[in-house]
Design a protein around this ligand. Structure first.
Ligand code: URA
Length: 223
């Protein structure tokens, strides 16, 4: 299948079985939001809820991400959300750098070539390592702008799954850091795409939006 448009690319991606990760997942997951956004968020890889629905960041991490985005005036329908890894690794383990490299070279690079966002937010270590360097460290490198190989400016922040594991003072500190990183991204986006509205009046109900895909995937799983 040709992959000239974002839709064609998505169809090819949803049929991918290019590596071993496909065997343990219900199927590859694609993106959510809009491919016409100047702002892209890149997460790690699908968890259980994402594998069920076929889209990234709609489970517990996605819900925390939504709250953080609301605090800086962003709704998910106005941005492009995707992952480095498209298939859920068995038992939700963290994908290796090599798995990230293989999947992102196969899919993410093509997605971004079509979407051409003006700003990228890397969520967590796996995204940071692919977009900046395998030696990058999220604790050291979050909150600092860097230029990706696509020539697109990017900033990394903590992954919501990491925040969900913190408590007490560490949690408060982590949440503020994420807030400042997201705010910096939104401000830069406003500079580079001044006419684009990052917030719609009604935040989307992502689970309702993709319930049909979920049903289809349940059927495939049973076959
Ligand atoms: N974490 C991610 O990085 N992406 C998802 O889709 C779900 C959890």
């Amino acid at each position: 299948m040709t992959q000239d448009t974002h839709e064609q690319l998505e169809q090819s991606l949803l049929a991918c079985s290019a590596c071993h990760l496909r065997q343990d997942a219900i199927g590859p997951t694609s993106y959510n939001g809009t491919p016409y956004s100047p702002l892209a968020i890149i997460g790690e890889g699908p968890g259980g809820v994402e594998d069920e629905y076929g889209v990234p960041l709609v489970g517990p991490s996605g819900q925390l991400l939504d709250k953080a985005l609301t605090s800086v005036g962003v709704t998910r329908d106005k941005i492009y959300t995707t992952n480095i890894i498209k298939c859920r690794p068995r038992n939700n383990r963290t994908p290796t750098v090599e798995e990230g490299l293989f999947c992102a070279l196969t899919w993410l690079d093509k997605e971004l070539a079509l979407v051409q966002p003006k700003i990228i937010i890397a969520l967590g270590s796996v995204a940071l390592k692919y977009l900046l360097s395998p030696n990058a460290r999220i604790t050291k490198d979050r909150g600092r702008w860097f230029t990706t190989k696509y020539g697109i400016p990017a900033i990394a922040t903590y992954h919501p799954a990491y925040l969900l594991r913190l408590t007490g003072k560490d949690l408060v500190k982590g949440k503020w850091e994420v807030y400042y990183d997201l705010k910096a991204a939104v401000e830069k986006c406003a500079e580079l795409a001044p006419d684009y509205l990052l917030k719609s009046p009604e935040p989307p109900d992502l689970l309702a939006l993709y319930s049909r895909r979920r049903e289809e995937r349940q059927t495939t799983k049973r076959l």
